[in-house]
Ligand binder design. Structure first.
Ligand code: SF4
Length: 916
């Protein structure tokens, strides 16, 4: 039942007139929520200013819950009122519910205790608001209801024992004190815009009357609107139109009060922010642009954890103790909320890039400090702050401590790194920090109910508290309000658009609380408990929208992806309107404005300045990149563009390659020839293999600390030993050879450029078949194809480059493919039977090999192709010309730099040719 039906009614003008008499008149107005109280207060102030007043006493307008809490505070701190229970904070309530659940027979089996406790708080609040708490145990219910009844008993006993009460029972506590003469009470209490009174609120107002307070009901003025209904193609079109419409109405009247209702606002908050910011303040996110939030305000806040400042604070606390992911540490190194970031910004970015190459996926603070020290990038302030963080944590965080102690430690840890940094915070960050401190204060208040916490427990609790705290920085009174359905109730507008009214969204589906027997909720008249109650409430809300503004639009989307949507039956009777009839001018996107203002100028951008130096870093990779795409070579090897790495668990492909190279180098350092391999006793060979595996793992562990340790290192040693045995069986099938070079550094030259390279292995082929020639061998653990050496712009020019530079007589160029189950040599040779499975050009099955008539021609062809690539690189050829078009680009990380996708049309013809 509404307040208006229970108490004599006053008009808003009458209420404002009484409020204008000042505080001595003893008028208090209570509203169902804070937003409405603020709006009403603002309206009262406008009315006072409109009367020509310069100063007036502030009106006592506040939400019902704040009104009750104020009375409770008065009683608590009064000398003459005794035995007033303390009010638990929401976090304290949560803690006690969790304890009640944990100590029950269900405690050991429930996985989501915190979530269950939150649902219990809701059920507890409902059961008191609708006066069914006493019947909880007596009604037949399912197992959930029985569990809740048991938890409620334990929770209530604990509260009674400690002299505490909670928000759900506070009106009852205060009600019992209202007769007390010394308790401050208004002379007139106005219940404003209470569409529905809960049983508890009705009792409260009745108790006020009994205590001599005059209680009146009041509501928003009803306007004579002519609502219209609009169909939009999709929900995103609906939002876009609503934003454009709001802008048009605001431009038509700067004082206009505009409301947009979005039923699923909690899920669409980001989309709303993006669309409204873009439409109301194009370019709002450019440096120096005015903040879009001056024009609109979104009613639902975001969890505190989603604000960067709080995110950084929690990351600092996480890093202080125990293991954390490298990604967390990486963000902190670059965070503006750690002191010294401005002066060390570039160095810290470099440090982060360096650490990404060496850090493990998970690390501790001491480990991070060690890595920073050895990274070779100087960030003294960062090292000092992280050092201070470590020193404090080492000294203080161990063991179990009270929540107050933990709260103090959290503050001290944040201080150790100079949180929140040394640049001036903007208004939003300033308010966010204040809210975070409040939350930290609330965490400390757990002292009254909670046991001691370990550091990890305390941090988890603080993180959850932040996640449960919805927060929106204050931004002044914005003319456009974007609201959820229930926040709009009682507000008055000049223009109101209610969106998203499909039959699925409106009326709302019944949602009885799972912990209270459904029949009990229905009997109590809880609106969301049953379909008919929910429908009746939603019809009233719909009717209220039609009178809430001079212009009212209701809308619904027609489709969602490939699904048709139907409008809500509650708006079917509203006359249909059209978008065109609203006469809303178009608001082009900022990017479209820029695009339209373009003046085209053609610049040939494929040629960079020619190289001056002849020594080139990057080895054969330079020529491989030049072959794949000249711009790729230019960007990587002349501009130094490198992708940022990210530590991944276990070994990566480069680590595996390093292990195999080290393994085989160690083995051939000992064996040196095929003859030795054939004659060595198997026990001795096993020993060499075992030692080689140990040495390889040790070498990689030194270069990549942390990736190979303990049992994993042992398994890797065993895997390497097995690999070596299998590979040596392949080597045994070869004719005689001597290993003359292993991991051999060479100076290479092509087109006047000099490179450094390392030959994996060079074997002298002994005996008639080899005729004194040499085999150039490259170890491969991944895929590799001989075809990649051949033709124009060869994909893998490494071995051809070594071959044309070798001063030895190269008779075979081969991959040694070391893959379990697929061990083999693969390559090309000058003559038959030099290596098992390696064919001559004439007998090769590779189509491209047929282009060359002889071994000499092949080597000459390599020289010609590599000279062309070298000349291209040296002359500054930097064309965006991927060899196989987008296939070459697929795994290239330079796409944002070369903007290849802007050249799609120029590749169209070439792609077709490629396909042919
Ligand atoms: S993305 Fe493609 S076009 Fe761009 S540099 Fe890489 S290979 Fe060249």
């Amino acid at each position: 039942m509404s307040a208006a039906a229970e108490f004599s009614r006053a008009t808003k003008a009458e209420v404002f007139a009484r409020l204008a008499e000042g505080l001595a008149a003893g008028v208090t107005v209570v509203t169902p929520n804070r937003r409405l109280a603020l709006a009403l207060k603002r309206e009262f102030d406008d009315a006072q200013a409109g009367r020509g007043l310069a100063v007036w006493e502030s009106a006592d307008i506040l939400p019902f819950t704040a009104f009750v809490e104020r009375a409770h505070q008065d009683a608590l701190y009064s000398d003459s009122i005794t035995a007033v229970p303390f009010l638990l904070t929401p976090a304290q309530e949560q803690q006690l519910w969790e304890e009640a659940i944990g100590a029950s027979e269900w405690g050991g089996v429930l996985l989501a205790t915190a979530r269950t406790a939150a649902q219990c708080r809701e059920a507890w609040q409902l059961s008191h608001a609708w006066r069914i708490a006493g019947a909880l145990g007596a009604w037949d219910g399912n197992e959930d209801a029985q569990a809740f009844a048991a938890w409620s008993r334990a929770y209530a006993q604990r509260c009674a024992r400690d002299g505490n009460t909670d928000a759900a029972r506070l009106p009852d506590v205060v009600m019992a004190l209202l007769q007390h003469k010394l308790l401050r009470k208004p002379k007139l209490l106005v219940a404003f815009a209470f569409d529905i009174l809960t049983s508890q609120q009705r009792d409260y107002f009745a108790a006020c009357e009994k205590a001599g307070v005059e209680v009146r009901a009041c509501g928003p003025a009803q306007m004579a609107a002519n609502p219209r209904r609009l169909a939009c193609a999709s929900a995103s079109e609906e939002l876009e139109r609503a934003a454009k419409w709001a802008r048009a109405r605001l431009e038509a009247g700067a004082d206009a009060r505009i409301g947009i209702v979005v039923p699923d606002l909690d899920q669409r908050r980001k989309a709303v922010m993006n669309v409204f910011s873009r439409v109301l303040a194009p370019g709002w996110n450019l440096p120096g642009a005015a903040a879009a939030l001056a024009y609109f305000n979104v009613s639902l806040g975001m969890p505190l954890t989603e604000y960067p400042l709080v995110h950084a604070a929690l990351a600092i606390l996480e890093l202080a103790h125990g293991e954390t992911e490298f990604a967390v540490a990486s963000r902190l190194i670059r965070s503006p909320f750690v002191a010294g970031c401005d002066s060390e910004m570039t160095q810290r970015a470099r440090l982060d890039a360096a650490l990404r190459k060496r850090a493990p996926v998970q690390l501790t603070l001491p480990k991070l400090l060690g890595l920073i020290e050895s990274a070779g990038v100087d960030c003294p302030l960062l090292a000092q702050q992280l050092g201070a963080l470590f020193a404090y944590a080492k000294e203080h965080v161990a063991g179990s401590r009270s929540p107050q102690d933990r709260a103090r430690q959290f503050s001290a840890l944040l201080e150790a790194v100079g949180f929140p940094g040394d640049r001036a915070l903007d208004s939003n960050e300033f308010q966010t920090r204040a809210k975070f401190h409040d939350t930290l204060g609330e965490f400390g208040l757990l002292e009254r109910v909670a046991p001691r916490f370990t550091y990890a427990q305390a941090l988890a609790r603080l993180r959850r508290l932040c996640a449960d705290t919805l927060f929106e920085p204050e931004s002044g009174a914005a003319p456009i309000q974007v609201l959820g359905i229930f926040e709009a109730a009682g507000l008055e507008f000049d223009h109101l658009w209610v969106s998203g009214l499909t039959d699925e969204a409106w009326p709302l589906a019944a949602r009885p609380n799972p912990f209270i027997p459904a029949a009990l909720q229905k009997k109590a008249g809880i609106p969301q408990a049953a379909v008919e109650l929910s429908l009746a409430r939603d019809k009233r809300i719909t009717g209220a929208w039609f009178g809430a503004a001079g212009e009212v639009l209701v809308s619904h989307p027609l489709r969602e992806k490939d699904r048709d949507l139907v409008m809500s039956p509650l708006i079917a009777a509203v006359p249909a309107g059209t978008w065109e009839s609203l006469a809303v001018p178009d608001c082009p996107r900022y990017r479209d404005v820029i695009h339209r203002a373009r003046v085209l100028e053609s610049v040939v951008d494929g040629v960079a300045p020619a190289l001056v130096a002849t020594a080139v870093r990057g080895g054969s990779r330079v020529l491989a990149d030049q072959a794949a795409c000249p711009f790729r070579a230019f960007a990587r090897h002349r501009l130094g563009a490198q992708p940022l790495e990210m530590p991944a668990p276990g070994l990566n492909a480069a680590d595996r390659g390093m292990l195999v190279h080290a393994l085989l180098k160690f083995i051939w350092d000992r064996l040196k020839s095929k003859a030795a391999l054939d004659s060595i006793p198997s026990r001795e060979l096993d020993e060499i293999i075992g030692n080689a595996a140990v040495a390889a793992v040790a070498e990689v562990s030194e270069k990549r600390p942390g990736v190979l340790a303990g049992r994993f290192a042992q398994l890797e040693r065993e895997r390497l030993a097995g690999l070596a045995r299998e590979w040596l069986a392949v080597e045994k099938q070869r004719p005689d050879f001597e290993v003359v070079a292993r991991e051999d550094q060479r100076e290479l030259e092509v087109a006047g450029l000099s490179f450094r390279g390392r030959i994996d292995r060079l074997d002298k082929l002994v005996g008639d078949a080899g005729a004194g020639g040499y085999a150039l061998i490259d170890y491969k653990t991944g895929s590799a194809s001989v075809a990649d050496w051949l033709g124009e712009r060869p994909d893998d020019p490494q071995l051809p480059l070594y071959a044309i530079n070798a001063h030895e007589d190269i008779a075979a160029v081969v991959f040694a493919k070391l893959r379990i189950g697929g061990m083999k040599f693969d390559g090309l040779a000058r003559a038959e039977k030099l290596l098992p499975g390696v064919a001559t050009i004439g007998k090769s099955r590779i189509r491209l090999a047929k282009r060359y008539a002889s071994w000499v021609e092949l080597v000459a062809g390599w020289k010609q192709e590599l000279e062309a690539l070298g000349r291209g690189f040296a002359s500054g050829d930097a064309r965006v010309a991927p060899k196989r078009l987008f296939k070459t680009c697929e795994y290239c990380d330079l796409q944002p730099l070369c903007r290849v996708h802007e050249r799609v049309s120029s590749f169209d013809g070439e792609e077709e040719e490629e396909a042919e």
